[in-house]
Ligand binder design. Structure first.
Ligand SMILES: Cc1cc2nc3c(=O)[nH]c(=O)nc-3n(C[C@H](O)[C@H](O)[C@H](O)COP(=O)(O)OP(=O)(O)OC[C@H]3O[C@@H](n4cnc5c(N)ncnc54)[C@H](O)[C@@H]3O)c2cc1C
Ligand SMILES: NC(=O)c1ccc[n+]([C@@H]2O[C@H](COP(=O)([O-])OP(=O)(O)OC[C@H]3O[C@@H](n4cnc5c(N)ncnc54)[C@H](O)[C@@H]3O)[C@@H](O)[C@H]2O)c1
Length: 500
């Protein structure tokens, strides 16, 4: 039996693996992508694309059902299976684009690299050989270099068995047959809050959200968490703060959920569906890591260096990218790392891997975007900072949209340099507002560098312009006149005095 040999073998076709494979094409390399399940991974199916398609559809429905905008729609109706079909269409559209590109590069050519896609479970036999186990055969491929981009899956909860019908996780959303009448989402991180937004937008489901702490999205600053909570509650979501799940009892006609609150009292609620959304864990089991002497970290991830190599870059030929790497579990991070590895291997790298300007877009109502440090991060790193907040209530475009819930919050260093450290934006078009500040962060920009930018009118981005002016006391609208809408604060680490 002859064994196929490739320059690069990529395990997993999610954002990390696919972007790496496509960058290797640019260097005229032969690439094998091994995919165990859905092409595109969680970047497409049961993840980023499907959830965003569902969010967009739910938002349209929520706008159409609104009665505060001078119109009232009648006979508005929504069926889960139709929503599901449209969401799957979106995922398929992207997968077909990916397949089209793979097919285009499937033939060996002198002018470009080539790609082979193989479906099956990849497992290392040694540091140059991977076995691929599929339902009808087992084969081996050899490679000079490998990238582990096998992604992550929903974290299971002890004593809660996901049955994929009534107790599901984010992989099971597409299995639902209809809108549940009542649902509890366990976990108030991004996935939990996004699905709480989506199901409450449709207004067909009583949505309960379990938050075991005091704040949803606990890693964000309190003003952001409070804003998200308020938006969810305005949309009808019932948030159970400081509640821990004791048990879910399956009854024939419902799920009986027992919640224990921090203050000692308990509550039993009935729902039809429970969604477990308590984080994700890396897919590193049964990969044959022991055959190549790769160990996982205490948290179960792969420990990569700044070149994404698992060992010393010069001597090691196995790299890792994406959710397995223990960095922020984001589409753009996976893509960045995947491309970076290939450039480090075959090209001339001009810059080190930089995560400082990675943005997160959170699809709530309204959306929230984040880049760089927040106040919590500055405090934990003892970085003195100034923070200015400017409400969308003062922005003409937001007023015109009748959607002025939201704000821009920018953080700069308070060390005389005014370096742009981070930004949070909430409200319409938050995702576009963040990009200019993300760029400044990557360029180590200061307030002085962006002062000259003039923003068009009427645009939501005028909030960014005004927010930046607040730092210098030059905003058109003043904090003195609008103390609830415009704020400027600063923070310095306490100077620890040594006992003499
Ligand atoms: C519900 C949800 C919504 C999300 N929304 C966003 C968002 O809006 N924005 C954002 O930036 N991020 C979002 N994410 C996160 C984003 O999807 C992930 O960070 C990203 O997909 C990770 O990419 P990856 O390539 O590392 O892994 P994955 O996308 O998980 O892909 C890994 C692939 O490897 C395959 N695989 C696993 N083991 C093997 C093996 N042994 N052999 C061969 N193949 C294997 C898997 O089948 C999978 O297809 C979301 C995630 C979820 C779950
Ligand atoms: N728009 C986006 O960028 C986007 C969207 C979805 C997912 N993602 C990525 O996917 C990752 C996973 O999302 P996630 O929401 O599952 O994880 P997460 O880490 O964001 O949130 C998990 C939440 O579950 C809570 N939790 C943990 N254990 C619990 C328990 N036993 N009981 C109750 N609550 C518990 C945590 O306190 C936390 O609030 C995120 O880190 C994010 O990077 C990104």
């Amino acid at each position: 039996m002859s064994i196929e040999k490739y320059d690069l073998v990529v395990l997993g076709s999610g954002p990390a693996g696919f972007s790496a494979a496509m960058r290797a094409i640019d260097f005229k390399k032969s690439v094998c992508i091994i995919e165990a399940n859905h092409l595109g991974g969680a970047g497409i199916m049961n993840g980023a694309l499907t959830s965003k398609a569902m969010w967009e559809l739910s938002r349209d429905f929520s706008i159409a059902s609104s009665v505060t905008r001078g119109y009232r729609a009648s006979g508005l109706n929504v069926e889960y299976d139709k929503v599901q079909k449209t969401v799957i269409q979106a995922a398929k559209q992207k997968q077909l684009q990916m397949l089209s590109q793979i097919e285009t590069y499937s033939k060996a050519s002198e002018n470009s690299g080539n790609i082979t896609l193989k479906y099956g479970w990849g497992k290392f036999l040694d540091s140059n050989t991977v076995e691929i186990i599929s339902h009808d055969k087992i084969e081996q491929v050899k490679g000079d270099n490998f990238i582990i981009a096998t992604g992550s899956r929903p974290r299971p909860m002890p004593d809660v068995e996901v049955d994929n019908e009534r107790i599901i996780d984010s992989d099971g959303i597409m299995n639902l047959k209809e809108f549940p009448e009542r649902m509890i989402i366990i976990g108030s991180g991004i996935i939990g809050c996004e699905y709480a937004t989506i199901f409450s937008n449709y207004n067909q489901t009583e949505v309960h959200l379990l938050d075991r702490q005091h704040k949803v999205i606990p890693y964000e600053d309190d003003d952001v968490s409070d804003f998200v909570s308020k938006g969810l509650e305005k949309n009808g979501v019932i948030i159970h703060h400081t509640a821990n799940l004791r048990t879910i009892r399956k009854r024939s006609d419902c799920l009986e959920v027992v919640l224990d609150y921090q203050d000692g009292h308990s509550k039993v609620i009935e729902v039809d569906v429970a969604v477990v959304a308590v984080g994700r864990i890396p897919n590193l089991d049964n990969l044959g890591l022991e055959n190549v002497n790769i160990k996982t970290t205490e948290r179960g991830y792969l420990d990569i260096n700044e070149a994404c190599a698992i060992d010393n870059f010069k001597s090691c030929n196995i790299f890792a990218a994406g959710d397995v790497s223990g960095h922020a579990q984001l589409y753009s991070v996976g893509e960045l790392q995947g491309r970076f590895i290939v450039e480090a291997l075959y090209g001339n790298l001009e810059f080190p891997l930089d995560y400082s300007n990675m943005s997160t877009l959170m699809f709530f109502k309204p959306a929230v975007a984040a880049v760089g440090l927040n106040e919590k991060a500055c405090k934990s790193q003892n970085i003195p900072y100034k923070v200015a907040t400017y409400s969308n209530s003062l922005i003409n475009r937001a007023i015109a949209m009748r959607a002025s819930d939201g704000f821009v919050k920018i953080i700069v260093s308070d060390d005389g340099e005014n370096r742009i450290l981070g930004m949070r934006a909430a409200g319409p078009q938050a995702s576009t507002l963040i990009t200019s500040i993300a760029y400044q962060i990557s360029q180590k920009g200061t307030l002085k560098d962006i002062r000259k930018n003039v923003h068009p009118h009427p645009s939501i981005s005028e909030g960014v312009q005004e927010c930046l002016r607040v730092f210098e006391g030059k905003s058109i609208y003043k904090p003195q006149a609008f103390p609830d809408f415009i704020k400027l604060e600063s923070w310095h680490p306490e100077v620890v005095k040594e006992n003499s």
